[in-house]
Design a protein around this ligand. Structure first.
Ligand code: NOJ
Length: 541
């Protein structure tokens, strides 16, 4: 493995805040910035280094803030620009950093640019968007055609997401200049970097049907770097939903790449039927997960840096997806080991530190997410409601967006009023306060893990070798000149009668069954997870 110069963000861990659902401070049932400030000590205590703030900008909230109508101002639901300034200061005062989500691929249809572009054909903003008289059959990610007709005109505009999210035309140099100015203003305001939403779509060539990783992508990234992201100390993570591992690695590892790191999606495709999209469900085969990460590693070992994530505001809850709600503590903690011990910076999504689980939605009427609602409408009549709901219950984005569960008080301590999305019915058992005092505390485990990860550079520069103990066990060794660490995680809800041989030379650093010794490790309990370190021979001599 090429020697990697260690940068501060290799050792860091990141926590994602979804502001609508994190903490309400003014009793309107919607999370806000003062609420976030009141919870910063929780994050500091976990050992988090960087906070990723999902968008707090002005927005009609068709896609919960990923449809921006003013990049320069804060949505009043969240507070004011002064509140945001204070949040940044308070984060910095605690020795953490904070990055802003920024959506540069599209705006809201309520953005003044788009409103003007629709109003007059001679608008200077017309070319900021993509209008065509002749259209192709590209489909939107949120169901239905990606083209919508302009009212009273014989033309269409392009939107890869909802029809209220028109795509920007990055080929217009004035638009690019405006976007760079906005980004630089936010850096001057105090943000330490950005999470760049679907940034690998900006180089699209719509007429050729090329969207992800399009022909202009690299030129635009270079310009973005030269004009905005030149300070190598910035923390930047690109969301590369349409890129292969190789393509993602090539643009990360700043200063060589444009971004510090990237979210690459190949592991998210494993529980869907190939090429049929996220709603076509398939059972995850653990071997596929292993092969996917093995490949990712082989690529990242040569170049770039990965962002390790098992959930975020677009994904179901990891316990429900990969583990079991009946074994919450053990599945969430073994997942932390399995995912975060690999090559890359760990990203924790709010609620994962207490093992929050999917919401038991009973009907579409309880859901709010535009993607889910569009899918439901689009599929009605094409397949039975039961099977539509089956997909939504497995993959719907609202699972991740229900309010954060802080305590057993009403509305889980999130708000004093009925929140915008319902609180999970099990909040009295699953909440930060209860977890903190439990002998099975997920947050304590995470905290210990993050501390250990910081202490062992092998997580950053160690080679990764998978071990095949059993089809339900995900196991690998990280190894450099100085040390070897092994992670063993069982993805099974059953005991596995297996005796792992050749582990007598190892000692336990962290385990979700701390009373089990390596000698008593058979059968392997459900969702067992352990981190082992090879004994230093000399110390034993
Ligand atoms: C990716 C974001 O994570 C998601 O929430 C959003 O809907 C799409 N990009 C469109 O902005």
């Amino acid at each position: 493995m090429a020697t990697r110069e260690i940068k501060w963000w290799h050792r860091a861990s990141v926590y994602q805040i979804y502001p609508l659902s994190f903490q309400d401070s003014n009793g309107d049932g919607i999370g806000d910035i003062p609420g976030i400030i009141s919870r910063l000590d929780h994050l500091k205590n976990l050992g988090v280094d960087v906070i990723w703030l999902s968008p707090v900008f002005q927005s009609p909230m068709k896609d919960n803030g990923y449809d921006v109508s003013d990049y320069r101002d804060v949505h009043p639901w969240f507070g004011t620009k002064n509140d945001l300034k204070k949040l940044i200061e308070e984060v910095h005062r605690r020795g953490m950093k904070i990055i802003s989500d920024i959506v540069l691929n599209h705006t809201s249809d309520q953005h003044p640019w788009f409103i003007d572009a629709l109003k007059r054909v001679d608008s200077p903003y017309r070319d900021y968007y993509i209008f065509r008289k002749k259209i192709n059959d590209i489909q939107s990610v949120f169901s239905g055609p990606a083209w919508t007709k302009v009212p009273h005109r014989d033309e269409y505009y392009f939107h890869f997401f909802a029809k209220e999210q028109p795509d920007l035309n990055w080929q217009n140099p004035n638009l690019r200049k405006e976007l760079y100015a906005i980004l630089n203003e936010w850096l001057a305001f105090g943000f330490d970097g950005f999470r760049l939403d679907v940034i690998d779509l900006i180089g699209k060539d719509i007429d050729k049907g090329l969207i992800g990783h399009g022909p202009f992508y690299h030129a635009f990234l270079k310009e973005l770097k030269d004009n905005v992201l030149k300070d190598a100390n910035l923390f930047t993570v690109g969301e590369l939903s349409g890129s292969s591992a190789e393509q993602a690695a090539a643009v990360t590892g700043a200063p060589e790449g444009t971004f510090s790191m990237a979210f690459q999606f190949s592991h998210l495709w494993l529980d869907e039927q190939l090429g049929k999209g996220k709603w076509a469900l398939k059972r995850l085969d653990l071997l596929d997960l292993k092969n996917t990460f093995e490949h990712l590693h082989s690529v990242y070992e040569k170049q770039g840096w990965n962002a390790l994530f098992m959930g975020n505001h677009d994904q179901p809850r990891p316990v429900s997806r990969y583990g079991s709600k009946y074994h919450r503590y053990h599945s969430q903690t073994m997942l932390q080991l399995a995912f975060y011990g690999q090559l890359g910076t760990p990203f924790i999504y709010q609620g994962e530190e207490i093992g929050m689980v999917n919401y038991p939605f009973k009907s579409i009427n309880e859901m709010k997410d535009v993607e889910s609602l569009n899918y439901y409408q689009d599929q009605l009549g094409k397949q039975p409601v039961r099977s539509i709901m089956q997909s939504l219950l497995a993959k719907g984005r609202d699972h991740a967006r229900t309010p954060m569960q802080w305590s057993s008080k009403s509305y889980a301590g999130f708000s004093t009023k009925k929140p915008w999305l319902p609180v999970h019915p099990q909040y009295r058992f699953i909440n930060v306060e209860t977890d903190a005092h439990s002998k099975h505390s997920i947050q304590q485990f995470l905290k210990q893990f993050l501390r250990l990860r910081k202490q062992h550079d092998v997580f950053i520069n160690g080679k990764l070798k998978f071990r095949s103990f059993h089809p339900s066990i995900y196991a690998y060794i990280r190894e450099n000149d100085k040390e070897s660490i092994m992670i063993i995680s069982s993805f099974s809800s059953r005991k596995i009668s297996l005796k792992i041989e050749d582990i007598q030379d190892w000692e336990v650093l962290l385990s979700n069954h701390p009373t089990l010794t390596l000698q008593s490790l058979t059968p392997i309990p459900p969702y067992f997870g352990v981190m082992l370190k090879k004994r230093n021979k000399h110390a034993n001599d």
